[in-house]
Structure formats: C-alpha cells, structure tokens
Ligand binder design. Structure first.
Ligand SMILES: [Zn+2]
Ligand SMILES: [Zn+2]
Length: 256
C-alpha cells in the first residue's frame, strides 16, 4: 500500500511525542514551535489528543523543570483555544546511569501527565562510546559490549518506572531488541514507531511483533508542521506484519 492509499484509508488519532521551544539550549531552540503552535497543528489535522514531551533535563536541549508552571499555563491557554484536542504535558526522559535509570527522578514523575523515555547522547550514558560506534565502524566485540550495556540500561529504566512509551528504540545506540521487547512486554510499555528516526525499522519491528506488546506511532515533531506525521511509520508497521489492532493511535477512516 503506498503512502497516499494509507492516508486515505487510515488516520492517526493522537500524537504522544512532540517537542516545542521548551527544548532549547541558551538562545538556540531545538524545538521550533510554541505549545499553542503544536496544538493548532494537531487540531487542523483532526487529532483528538496531543502530548508536549520536551527533552529530559540532562539533554543538551533539555527542558528546565523550573519552567513547568509556565508550560502548564501555556497548555491551559491552548486548551481554551482548542477544546477539541486533549493536551497532555509529558517529557521524553533520557535513559542514563542514575538511581531509577532516567534523568527524571521517581519523585518528579508527579510533574507530568506521563513519562516517555528514550536513549539520547547525554552525559551519564556512555555518550561518546555510543556516538562514535553508531557513526563509525567498530569491532563486533566492542559492538556486543555496547549492546549489552545499553540493553541493561533500558531494561532497568523500564522495570524501575512507569513509562508510557519507549521512544525510538535502537536509534543512536546498539541494543538487543529481543531483551528490550521482552521488557516492554513485561511492563506494558508501548513500543514507538518514530516518524523522525531510522529505528526501529521494519526488521526491528518484526522482532518486537513476536512479543505481546502494543505499538504507538509518534511524529517526534520538532516543528509544528510535522505534528501528526504517521503514513511512513504505518507503512513500516505493515511491512513488519503489524496490524492497526496493535497500534493504539491509528484507526480506519469511516469515510474512506
Ligand atoms: Zn528522542
Ligand atoms: Zn523526541
């Protein structure tokens, strides 16, 4: 099925992973739109739910937890302007070496409606080792060691916290997909099919599909115009043999 046919037959109902200007470093905005810009885009695309999930605080572009009240106020304002879209404040926490395996401490989960988590190049997570290996050839032995360490980190984060979505598993760092899939199954964590990153790809998704897990498609939009992107991700899911019954935010169009 080509992308046009996919768009005609199916639609996305919710986008639980988008970034805004609250993901920034100094004067540089990693996310380009304001909260209300993402919400407007979601409304225009007919989504009924949208989450604002800026990067965790240890990321170079991470949100500043002190600004959460400001984010909540922006969400309230956007919610009044666009009552058709239910807006959540989440966070894309970083998987790091810490007590609970994340850069959002267990006690800070209450600040968010839910927490997503993913691997990024941040300190306290063998940043240089993973970055160099993922972008340049390395020995199989070194790769196996990284894969083992990264998998342990993800499994620890998943089993120590209530995480809604594991974002782009296998992107930016080598992992053992079987073990990660088993941990998602055990913890009921949604496996993300990400519109912005190369992983998980169709081969990775076939591995996850063999476990009792559900999937979610996320735009991972860093610009409002990307909010609600789903067609390429849905094509990947179909290529991997995953039906929409296992994707929590895709439905068949009634009019299509
Ligand atoms: Zn990410
Ligand atoms: Zn993201």
């Amino acid at each position: 099925m080509d992308l046009k046919e996919i768009e005609k037959k199916y639609r996305i109902t919710a986008d639980y992973h988008t970034h805004t200007v609250y993901s920034r470093v100094g004067p540089y905005f990693h996310g380009k739109g304001r909260i209300i810009d993402n919400v407007r885009a979601a409304s225009e695309k007919g989504l009924s739910e949208l989450a604002i999930t800026d990067h965790g605080p240890s990321d170079f572009y991470g949100l500043d937890p002190k600004r959460i009240p400001e984010m909540r106020a922006d969400i309230e304002e956007a919610q009044r302007a666009y009552p058709d879209v239910k807006i959540y404040l989440g966070v894309e926490a970083d998987i790091v070496d810490s007590a609970n395996g994340l850069d959002v401490a267990a006690g800070d989960f209450k600040d968010y409606d839910f927490v997503n988590a993913g691997y990024h190049y941040v300190p306290k997570c063998n940043m240089m080792g993973n970055f160099a290996s993922f972008h340049a050839p390395i020995s199989e032995k070194a790769k196996a060691k990284l894969r083992e360490d990264n998998t342990k980190r993800i499994v620890k984060a998943l089993t120590s916290n209530n995480i809604k979505i594991l974002t782009h598993p296998g992107d930016k760092a080598y992992i053992n997909e079987e073990e990660v899939a088993a941990a998602c199954e055990k913890t009921g964590t949604l496996v993300e099919i990400n519109a912005r990153h190369k992983h998980p790809n169709a081969d990775d998704l076939k591995i996850y599909a063999a476990y009792d897990v559900n999937f979610v498609i996320s735009s991972d939009a860093h610009k409002p115009e990307h909010v609600g992107r789903y067609a390429e991700s849905l094509a990947l899911a179909f290529e991997a043999g995953i039906g929409i019954d296992r994707i929590v935010n895709v439905v068949e169009r009634k009019d299509g």
